[in-house]
Write a protein that binds this ligand. Structure first.
Ligand SMILES: [Zn+2]
Ligand SMILES: [Zn+2]
Ligand SMILES: [Zn+2]
Length: 88
């Protein structure tokens, strides 16, 4: 069992694409929490949100790592390894 993420080299200096879930903003939907893709800056909604755009973004692009886009939260998550990441 790998307990270390092997995708850290896919983290880029990203600029968040929007101030909310960019896909929900297009359709006028709401979300619960936001997640930021650390490869391209896509902002998507979490799995507690009905549209789960952050997970859909991973399936569409294979960008493995997201970070919480909630104020005061700095944890990350790798969808491939399914482990949490701590950013300091
Ligand atoms: Zn990983
Ligand atoms: Zn969304
Ligand atoms: Zn992405």
């Amino acid at each position: 069992m790998a307990n270390q993420c092997t995708h850290l080299d896919q983290i880029r200096e990203v600029t968040p694409s929007a101030n909310g879930c960019e896909d929900c903003l297009k359709t006028g939907d709401s979300w619960v929490h936001l997640r930021l893709c650390l490869t391209c800056g896509h902002v998507g909604c979490c799995d507690s949100s009905k549209n789960k755009h952050a997970t859909k973004h991973f399936h569409a692009t294979n960008h493995p790592i997201i970070q919480s886009f909630e104020p005061g939260e700095d944890w990350g998550w790798c969808y491939v390894d399914e482990i949490g990441l701590a950013f300091t």
